[in-house]
Design a protein around this ligand. Structure first.
Ligand SMILES: O=C([C@H](O)CO)[C@H](O)[C@H](O)COP(=O)(O)O
Length: 210
């Protein structure tokens, strides 16, 4: 099980500061959609240059022109690129093909997918690397989480790795770990804490004890 730190509500210098604090305890650093929208793919490039030992995920949440966007993220040295599960099958296949050409990985984000089980089964046949259940900020605000959806994808996904994101904190991490995803994605649960290093260390330890 791996730990991914999601950075959403910071600029590039602030992102570097946070990663410097917790780099020993995380496997992947996510350059979140808001950062990419504000700062561009140079945020991905700069973080990869500063932390070459970490994998960097570009959270593009691609919906169309998938091969082109994966190509551009690859040029910025992203290791993993995200596409939305609600995108057309052609877009998903295009993203996978482009990622393969560049030695990169694709994570499909199931945010806003209504029939998680059916879509996860379909996506699993397209050769994507990760399938991720995700409760976004706006649904977290009305009390939703992805724990049941995680159990669903664990049951039906046979090829891809499984991932979970959305409001995971120290107190909810044990429930997530019980479901045994391959990747746990934490944003505010680390980046929003006073003691980021201590929290990340504790999360890594819990994950390793799995
Ligand atoms: O992808 C995310 C969200 O849609 C904003 O871009 C977050 O990175 C993801 O939800 C993880 O962050 P937390 O919910 O704060 O753990």
């Amino acid at each position: 099980m791996e730990l991914q730190l999601a950075l959403d509500l910071v600029n590039i210098p602030e992102a570097k500061e946070v990663v410097k604090e917790v780099e020993d305890y995380i496997d992947i650093v996510e350059i979140g959609t808001p950062i990419i929208k504000i700062e561009g793919l140079k945020a991905v490039k700069e973080i990869k240059e500063a932390f070459p030992n970490l994998q960097v995920l570009a959270d593009l949440k691609t919906m169309d022109a998938a091969a082109y966007e994966v190509q551009k993220a690859s040029e910025a040295n992203a290791d993993i690129v995200t596409i939305l599960g609600v995108a057309e099958d052609e877009s998903i296949k295009g993203a996978v093909e482009e990622a393969r050409k560049n030695g990169k990985k694709i994570l499909v984000d199931l945010i806003a997918v209504k029939d998680i089980e059916t879509r996860a089964k379909e996506l699993d046949e397209f050769g994507v690397d990760y399938i991720c259940v995700h409760t976004g900020y706006d649904m977290q605000a009305v009390g939703k989480n992805s724990f049941d959806d995680l159990k669903t994808i664990k049951r039906v996904v046979k090829n891809a790795k499984t991932a979970v994101a959305g409001g995971i904190k120290l107190d909810t991490l044990p429930e997530v770990i019980k479901a045994q995803p391959d990747l746990v994605i934490v944003g505010g649960g680390i980046a929003g804490q006073e003691d980021k290093k201590g929290t990340a260390a504790q999360m890594q330890q819990m994950i390793q004890q799995g």
